[in-house]
Design a protein around this ligand. Structure first.
Ligand code: AMP
Ligand code: MN
Ligand code: MN
Ligand code: MN
Length: 278
């Protein structure tokens, strides 16, 4: 099977490597088809595309859009998008726009919990001032020695019910899928195993996603356990979704799975890239 990695991040969002460095790492790890999918941002695509061309990687322009659905934050990956599409560009700008205010509120809550100067601290890890994320706060909290790794930070801070959690309204499901399709892309539900949804809730999400024109779900991702690969392989077949594969790589040493270093998709599934390489 082709080594496709269709989900990862650069310093344009909450990864630590520049887009060209992510491309080089993907190539070195044996990736053949590659998409950079920064959060709510397409600014890394020109550098990523040029690097991929130099390295001989098949390049797929991508993005990971934050949405709010039934009160939950959900991520929708767009692949094969035209990143210059006006509606998409404006939609992403709108989605990013609340991040700074949210970050100031996160910092206030962290200060009250005994973690000072978190806004400035997080900002030192930010590569794109338009995109300050919880991951940047996590890196600052680790620097302070308060936590050992990112997952400990998220367990103790920044998540619902913990200090540093600020509820936020992102785009809607319909908007994200419509922007992606309008830009000629395909919409893929990112890491469905990560959401705190009941079986009924997940079914409703999948049905609604499909109704708007969503065509794929991530099955093999760095955000799933091997059990979840099986669960979501079954779900992809049941609902007739194409299957995607991506590491969700953010940083060396930080990410559980490196670029390209995932098991293959189960052979019974139709890969999202099935008609891209003809
Ligand atoms: P934000 O878009 O600012 O809400 O930040 C979301 C990002 O935080 C995700 O894309 C992940 O990179 C990271 N993240 C969220 N939850 C966790 C977790 N439990 N462990 C590690 N990283 C997480
Ligand atoms: Mn992230
Ligand atoms: Mn995500
Ligand atoms: Mn991601």
């Amino acid at each position: 099977m082709l080594n496709a990695d269709l989900h990862c991040h650069s310093s344009i969002s909450d990864g630590v490597l520049a887009p060209g460095e992510v491309a080089a790492r993907a190539k070195a790890n044996g990736v053949e088809v590659w998409a950079l999918t920064d959060h709510d941002e397409v600014g890394g695509i020109p550098e990523a595309r040029a690097a991929a061309a130099d390295l001989g990687l098949i390049y797929v322009p991508g993005v990971e859009i934050s949405i709010t659905w039934a009160g939950e934050t959900i991520h929708i990956v767009g692949l094969q998008i035209d990143e210059t599409n006006e509606t998409l560009v404006q939609g992403l700008a709108m989605t990013r726009s609340g991040r700074e205010r949210r970050a100031r509120e996160i910092a206030e809550q962290l200060a009250a919990a005994g973690i000072p100067d978190a806004f400035e601290g997080a900002l030192r890890y930010v590569g794109n001032p338009d995109l300050i994320s919880r991951t940047h706060f996590a890196r600052y909290i680790i620097e302070l020695g308060v936590c050992r790794d990112v997952s400990e930070v998220f367990q103790r801070f920044l998540t619902e019910g913990k200090p540093g959690f600020v509820p936020h309204r992102w785009a809607t499901l319909k908007e994200a899928v419509t922007w992606i399709r309008g830009a000629g892309g395909v919409a893929v539900l990112a890491h469905p195993g990560r959401y705190k949804l009941s079986e009924v809730g997940l079914d409703a999400l999948l049905q609604e996603f499909k109704q708007y024109g969503g065509v794929g779900i991530e099955v093999v991702t760095g955000s799933h356990t091997p059990d979840e690969y099986e669960t979501f392989a079954k779900i992809a077949s049941q609902y007739g979704f194409l299957a995607s594969r991506g590491s969700d790589f953010h940083a060396p040493e930080e990410s559980r799975v490196d670029l390209g270093a995932l098991p293959a998709l189960p052979p019974s599934l139709v890969p999202v890239w099935h008609d891209w390489l003809i």
